[in-house]
Design a protein around this ligand. Structure first.
Ligand code: G3P
Length: 219
């Protein structure tokens, strides 16, 4: 499973990169607003540090023509830019038309909450689809169940669109996505840190350090 970090905060992206596990970055207008930086500055800094892995950047237009125009402009910012387009009628149409026109734009259909939305995202040829697990759980449905159905449908028909499990809130979401064979999980920085922390690792390490001293082991 590929690991993307779901943030626009450069320091967080750099820390995940240093760990050697960064496969990509996803942003959205909310995440960019949290950086306190102007949009263009925040995105350019990310693209400078991550020039060779997919970086999702979202359109703000909501009409088909506006989305297509923005998508082409965003794609110019870097060959690794993936344009996030919402799963609306205009959004799906924008992706189909970009394809038909032969535009070289990678797309990520966002704000996906049902298997049928994901089916349509694949049909229009999206590069990625992003089901929002946490927000589905928030309305008392089962976000992981939705992801499982999408995985099954995509496997059944051999769609090439990659599934990005998004709106991940805790480590158990990540564990269950991995068990379902999801292509990618885009994970908040805080949750990535929780993935390697374990109290038994800390206790075990403390004991080994003490016992190494007792045994006179040093290097
Ligand atoms: O990538 C989309 C994701 O960031 C949404 O997460 O926590 O705002 O539901 P959340």
């Amino acid at each position: 499973m590929k690991i993307f970090v779901d943030t626009a905060v450069l320091e967080e992206i750099l820390e995940v990169k240093k760990l050697g596990i960064l496969d990509g970055v996803t942003t959205n207008p909310t995440l960019v607003s949290k950086t306190g930086k102007p949009w263009k500055e925040a995105i350019s800094e990310i693209l400078k540090e991550v020039p060779d892995k997919p970086v999702s950047v979202e359109v703000v237009a909501t009409d088909c023509e506006g989305m297509k125009r923005e998508a082409k402009e965003l794609a110019e910012l870097g060959k690794n830019v993936v344009v996030k387009i919402p799963c609306t009628e205009d959004g799906l149409r924008a992706i189909s038309e970009l394809h038909r026109e032969g535009a070289n734009v990678k797309t990520n259909v966002t704000l996906v909450f049902s298997p049928l939305q994901a089916l349509l995202a694949a049909k229009v040829g999206a590069t990625y689809v992003s089901p929002f697990i946490g927000r589905i759980d928030d309305i008392s449905y089962d976000g992981l169940q939705v992801v499982e159905e999408i995985v099954d449908i995509y496997q059944f028909y051999g769609f090439e669109t990659e599934i990005i499990a998004a709106s991940i809130r805790h480590v158990d979401h990540v564990r269950r996505c991995a068990a379902l064979g999801v292509d990618i999980a885009t994970i908040p920085f805080k949750v990535i840190k929780q993935m390697y922390k374990h109290p038994l690792t800390d206790i075990g390490l403390e004991r080994f350090v003490k016992d190494a001293e007792k045994a006179g082991i040093s290097i």
